[in-house]
Design a protein around this ligand. Structure first.
Ligand code: MIC
Ligand code: SF4
Length: 656
């Protein structure tokens, strides 16, 4: 309460009564709660996944952190699980040794997708969670303030440092009514995306409230908070109520439940209304999660592949819905249907209750409990294919097939389309029995490894295979930052374009090798040019770096000598990653100036000018000056001048 009063001078009193306000106030360690101002919050839990984790832990080593100082830190292995050569297996052994050495819980390959497993086993209402994956807000479904960040920020949080962010605005999303049959939680978040687009959530927390909330189970809420990431929001959050308690009872954690709701007189910065009763099945068209239309508007398009799973839709209810709809039927012979359970616990429950048998008999291909096709690890569709997926991202090429067309929809829509062989409005498939949570979802522990006690942990040797390369620290920013424009890009460039995953995912622990593929989907010559010119500038449009939290999208360009990115605007996590690795993020003061810079132009600005928020970049080729600005705080400026946060902190630690 004291904390509440202290902070009220910045954040208006009504906002402090929101769930977001309450959790932020209880965790505030630096700054005051005033929208847009920098704050530091205490982090209770962290999560990493293998694709971002190896680098995060290499950074943790570089920072000299001795042992996890959080209440709980979990290292998940769920992304790179295909072992076509030694690399992924080597990474897994490194991660296992790190977990034992530093006191982290390890969730081994096959145990499930980090967000689904975390929701079932560890996420707690009222706690803060920082994860090196952009879909960390999934835990918002249980009432945890869960934020995605770059690996370096997570490494620092493991060491007990606060997490710094711009204090967000709180948007209340008021839910009324109740979903009609064959309309799902996925349609709720698709409706939000239809309104906000892929950057309408930047700088905001989407907090759900209103009478419709209690009609949604925790995994349904988690589908909504998960994909809220696609709006660019800092996070999304549901209250913790009786429904939350019921879910926690179901997974054997009722004792960890606390009630956490917005007060009657809570006030939001903005309110958005959604009447659940009026929603219809929706679908995001290729190649953006924000290009949402009604399923009936695209019904009839022939489908080649359907994939069910991912951290958005792989809960017990999702998979039982699929099993129930497929029972006694057969997948259309022209379609390949895959199902990836979100966790071993869900998988086990389905095996036990017969749902798995129904899926198998209908012709579904059951994959491991991992991200799998969502991150291009297998199941790349045929050339030009149409793939309907229950996932959250459909950026061009992400599926592994450059010209595949990926649609994002609910399980109900996906299964209907798999049965008919064309995009199908599930409401045309007849009634669906309501699927409820089981009495008990027995958590499976076979692939969870708890860390040893501290004394024993100190004797654990880290196992680092030769392909795992240490991270190189960047030198200080030169006084005159000069370079050629290496590439000019459009709006909404995703991190999947900057640093493709798919077949290159196994290179995540080897920056020099991975860097060869920077911007490859749009410009296969980029690497050669960047090496030849010894780095330079990147020019981009709006929302540069949307999507994944992968810090490789900053680390690898930094390795190639990229000095600055000048964009119309940046996505939140990527902006932080650029600063962490010493790439200066500049924004055009006048977006029209984007047209006054072309590839190969020679640009220059003075590092000292960064001390002012507004400065000019000289276009030496055209003899013009271009006004730009930046949003870096003083501490960030100091870090960027030192070559990025990692370089800055490591050097300071070494000095100590
Ligand atoms: C993704 O969905 O793009 C990922 C793979 O989970 C990323 C993390 C990564 O690139 O490793 C994310 O969402 O942050
Ligand atoms: Fe994994 Fe896909 Fe979720 Fe990313 S979005 S965590 S790749 S399932």
């Amino acid at each position: 309460m004291d904390n509440l009063k202290k902070t009220a001078e910045g954040f208006n009193a009504g906002l402090l009564k929101t769930v977001t306000g309450k959790i932020l106030a209880a965790h505030l360690v630096k700054g005051v709660l005033q929208q847009g101002k920098e704050i530091g919050i205490r982090i209770d839990q962290t999560l990493t996944q293998d694709a971002t984790g190896t680098v995060a832990y290499l950074e943790m080593e570089a920072l000299g952190i001795k042992r996890a100082a959080t209440e709980l830190s979990v290292s998940y292995i769920d992304h790179n699980t295909l072992k076509v050569d030694h690399k992924n297996a080597d990474d897994h052994v490194y991660l296992q040794s790190v977990a034992a050495r530093y006191g982290l819980v390890l969730s081994k390959a096959g145990n499930g997708i980090c967000h689904q497993v975390h929701l079932e086993r560890y996420a707690r209402p009222g706690k803060t969670l920082l994860g090196s994956d952009s879909h960390t807000p999934t835990a918002g479904g249980i009432g945890s303030l869960a934020i995605g960040a770059g690996g370096l920020d997570v490494a620092l949080a493991i060491g007990g440092e606060p997490f710094f962010l711009k204090c967000p605005q709180v948007v209340g999303v008021k839910l009324t009514g109740r979903l009609r049959p064959m309309v799902a939680a996925k349609d709720v978040i698709l409706a939000v995306l239809q309104r906000l687009g892929v950057k309408g959530g930047v700088g905001k927390v989407l907090e759900y409230f209103g009478p419709g909330v209690k009609t949604l189970t925790v995994p349904e809420r988690a589908t909504i908070t998960n994909m809220g990431a696609e709006t660019g929001a800092t996070t999304s959050l549901f209250p913790s109520d009786e429904v939350t308690r019921e879910f926690m009872r179901c997974v054997g954690r009722e004792h960890e439940w606390v009630r956490l709701e917005a007060d009657e007189d809570a006030r939001y910065d903005e309110v958005m209304q959604i009447n659940l009763s009026k929603l219809v099945p929706l679908i995001a068209r290729p190649h953006s999660p924000g290009d949402v239309v009604a399923v009936e508007d695209v019904a009839g398009i022939k489908v080649d592949q359907v994939c069910i799973g991912s951290c958005t839709n792989s809960s017990y209810k999702d998979l039982m819905t699929a099993a129930y709809m497929l029972k006694g039927k057969r997948v259309n012979p022209e379609v390949s249907l895959t199902v990836s359970p979100g966790s071993l616990s869900v998988y086990y429950a389905l095996a036990e209750n017969g749902g798995l048998a129904d899926l198998i008999a209908a012709g579904a291909r059951i994959l491991e409990c991992t991200c799998g096709p969502c991150i291009g690890q297998g199941q790349a569709p045929r050339s030009g294919a149409v793939s309907v997926r229950t996932f959250n991202r459909n950026f061009e090429g992400r599926s592994g097939t450059a010209d595949a067309k990926v649609y994002l929809a609910s399980v109900e829509t996906a299964v209907s389309s798999a049965l008919r062989g064309e995009i199908t409005d599930p409401r045309t498939m007849g009634e669906l029995r309501e699927i409820t949570m089981p009495e008990r979802l027995t958590l499976q522990n076979a692939l969870i490894v708890e860390p040893p006690e501290e004394e024993e942990a100190l004797t654990v040797e880290l196992v680092r295979a030769p392909h795992i390369k240490p991270i190189e620290l960047r030198g200080e920013l030169e006084e005159k930052v000069t370079g050629t424009v290496l590439i000019k890009l459009e709006d909404n460039i995703s991190t999947d374009i900057i640093m493709p995953a798919g077949i290159y995912l196994a290179l995540r622990s080897n920056i020099p090798e991975y860097a060869r593929h920077v911007f490859e989907p749009v410009d296969p010559e980029f690497y050669r040019r960047a090496v030849e010119k010894k780095g330079g500038f990147v020019i981009a449009g709006e929302n540069y770096g949307q999507g994944s939290s992968r810090e490789h999208a900053a680390l690898c360009p930094a390795y190639l000598g990229v000095k600055a990115v000048i964009a119309k605007s940046f996505a939140r996590i990527h902006l932080a990653n650029l600063i962490n690795f010493g790439i200066v993020p500049l924004v055009f003061s006048d977006a029209g100036d984007y047209d006054r810079i072309e590839p190969d132009d020679l640009l220059e600005f003075a590092a000292a000018d960064l001390d002012r928020r507004k400065l000019v970049v000289k276009n030496l080729t055209r003899g013009i000056e271009i006004p730009v600005e930046h949003s870096m705080m003083e501490a960030e400026l100091e870090r960027i001048k030192a070559g990025g946060s990692l370089a800055y902190i490591s050097k300071n630690n070494a000095r100590k």
